[in-house]
Design a protein around this ligand. Structure first.
Ligand code: S6P
Ligand code: ZN
Length: 192
């Protein structure tokens, strides 16, 4: 006998707004939630005195069954910068070393930054329609370098787990900033 949760289900995603229904879990990350992640701490302080902006929001919908649980997530990163550094997700590595993930850029433009614990770094350029596979044991962060909302879908296993510490402590090897109207990568000095 199958249990209720073991039957196929569908949910509805609205491409224009980047929202789906039903929504089971909603998280908002403001500058105060990730203040230490931006290089320009003078700009961070100035922004926080003005109240701090929402950097991104993400929603997730776990599809739980009696055997194995997948999650669909959607993240919406606002356009903007702190100093000259573009808005981005905090970034994490999965706690389990056998857990990959798939990201799908629905709207906007930017970069997916990837990094191993050994310090190998890779950046994937994103435009609408780019789908990226994140292999197990690669930390991941998304940066919005455009002037509109960047929306991406994520598909992963609920058991993956999220470890934020390695990125909180040392960041990614490269930061993505704007200089003279250009998007450029500069080394994070914690890695040099
Ligand atoms: C989960 C997946 C995404 C992120 C979301 C927010 O494995 O990678 O749903 O959780 O994009 O990013 P972060 O780094 O704050 O979790
Ligand atoms: Zn992830």
């Amino acid at each position: 006998m199958l249990e209720d949760q073991d039957y196929p289900k569908s949910i509805q995603f609205e491409v224009q707004t980047g929202q789906f229904r039903p929504l089971l879990d909603h998280t908002v990350r403001r500058l105060q939630d990730m203040a230490g992640m931006f290089a320009d701490q003078v700009a961070v302080k100035r922004e926080l005195e003005r109240g701090g902006r929402v950097i991104y929001e993400f929603d997730s919908h776990p599809f739980k069954t009696s055997h194995s649980d997948m999650v669909l997530g959607v993240t919406r990163i606002n356009p903007g910068k702190v100093g000259d550094e573009f808005f981005m997700t905090k970034g994490h590595i999965h706690e389990r070393d056998d857990q990959p993930e798939i990201y799908h850029c629905v709207q906007g433009e930017g970069y997916l930054l990837l990094q191993t614990m050994g310090g190998e770094f890779q950046a994937e350029r994103w435009t609408p329609g780019t789908i990226s596979h994140i292999p197990p044991m690669w930390a991941h962060r998304v940066v919005n370098t455009g002037d509109r909302l960047l929306i991406f879908l994520a598909v992963f296993h609920l058991s993956a787990g999220h470890d934020y510490r390695p990125i909180e402590e040392k960041g990614f090897r490269k930061r993505v900033i704007e200089r003279n109207g250009q998007v450029i990568f500069i080394p994070d000095n914690r890695w040099t």
